[in-house]
Design a protein around this ligand. Structure first.
Ligand code: ATP
Length: 371
């Protein structure tokens, strides 16, 4: 698959931009702050309906405008699919697929598959669990779009349950046991579905990440991925969903007093982590700077290969990363992505070891094909 056309209106620093893209390599060159990352962020938004660098939509809309509009044309298996997204902060996105309006995000997400590797990805290895959870959830949604709804359902259940717990902890509201039971069941059902999906994903993803790490590191160092949950492992291993839900409810009961005192949910996928080991030690804390870069890259390349093995090759985006890598890793990275159906690269300078392909100049939020 590849993105053949992209149009932005009032997105980030862009008033209006329209560009045709090639299959193969597309390199966007421009100095700092000219709008390169904003462009690839728009591509990611069309794929996942969320930005890889902000949790809320407000920063995506050009200052002084009310809405941002994105249009993308995807060529996949010989047919063209048009995607349209209108982003109005504080409101649900307006979505269209081939001109037909839809309220369901899952009708749009996953049509365009992307994997982006960016400097912020060092946080996947060195940072807090939240970055690793987002990483897993983004791959999940691209692989199985129906999980967009599963994740949204979980987030809603968590918000509602936390609001209930906060009302008890902070406002001294009496605990209404019947309401708590209802919130617990709603939460446990959503948690069971998301946990099951994440654990299956880690199982599928791990061999691809291991292979990618070997390719990037030149064979030195063994990586291991493990999903570490706040819900006991024996609960999650049970094949029966109702038993897993009962196990999550039991785990909630155990921490209930602490939750009511603190006003927040202490057990569930929002508190879990993806443990990353390098040579049997936690990568966070032990891996060197270079090894951490290789690991972060391997996580992205592993996701790319998993999606590819699933039948639809994602668009690979390398946002300003060549400058961060040493020459050997650059060469190996180029080797790993050379078969990509479409590669979008941003860089401040057109460095000699960037792959051959179409060049664009990005200047003051205008994009031109280079002469
Ligand atoms: N909502 C917005 N409205 C207007 N301008 C914005 C908005 N959000 C970001 N910008 C501006 O967009 C500009 C370009 O950002 P972008 O991250 O795309 O730069 P870049 O070319 O990737 O630079 P670098 O090489 O430094 O990463 C920044 O100057 C930023 O202030």
């Amino acid at each position: 698959m590849y993105l053949s056309r992209l149009e932005l209106t009032d997105f980030r620093s862009y008033r209006r931009a329209a560009l045709e893209l090639d299959p193969g390599v597309n390199v966007f060159v421009g100095s700092n702050g000219q709008g390169k990352t904003n462009l690839v962020e728009a591509v990611c938004y069309l794929a996942l309906l969320r930005s890889h660098r902000t949790a809320t939509d407000a920063p995506l809309v050009r200052q002084g405008s009310e809405r941002a509009v994105l249009h993308g044309e995807v060529l996949t298996s010989g047919r063209r699919i048009d995607l349209d997204v209108e982003i109005v902060p504080g409101r649900a996105n307006r979505l269209r697929v081939n001109g037909h309006a839809t309220r369901r995000a899952r009708d749009l997400v996953g049509i365009l598959r992307v994997v982006i590797f960016a400097p912020e990805d060092l946080a996947l290895v060195k940072g807090d669990p939240a970055a690793r959870r987002d990483y897993l959830d983004d791959v999940l949604v691209e692989l199985r779009p129906r999980l967009f709804a599963v994740r949204a359902e979980y987030e809603k259940a968590l918000r509602q349950r936390n609001a209930f717990l906060r009302a008890v902890a902070q406002d001294g509201q009496q605990v209404d046991r019947n309401s708590l039971d209802v919130w617990n069941l709603h939460f446990a059902r959503a948690a069971a579905a998301l946990l099951d999906a994440r654990r299956r994903l880690v199982h599928e993803l791990a061999p691809f990440v291991e292979k990618a790490y070997a390719a990037i590191s030149g064979g030195s160092g063994a990586v291991r991925l493990e999903y570490r949950s706040t819900v006991p492992e024996e609960v999650l291993q049970d094949a029966d969903e109702e038993t897993r839900i009962a196990g999550i409810l039991a785990a909630l009961r155990k921490v209930q007093d602490a939750e009511l005192a603190r006003g927040l949910t202490l057990v569930g996928p929002h508190r879990d982590d993806l443990n990353l080991e390098l040579d049997s030690r936690p990568a966070r804390g032990y891996a060197s700077h270079g090894e951490s870069w290789s690991y972060a890259l391997a996580l992205r390349l592993g996701a790319y290969e998993l999606l590819r093995s699933d039948g639809e090759t994602p668009v690979m985006i390398l946002d300003d990363v060549y400058a961060e890598l040493d020459q050997q890793r650059r060469r190996r990275l180029t080797g790993c992505v050379s078969g990509a159906e479409q590669l979008l690269i941003t860089s401040a300078v057109d460095e000699p070891d960037l792959p051959v392909g179409r060049r664009y100049v990005v200047h003051e939020s205008q994009v031109h094909v280079a002469d």
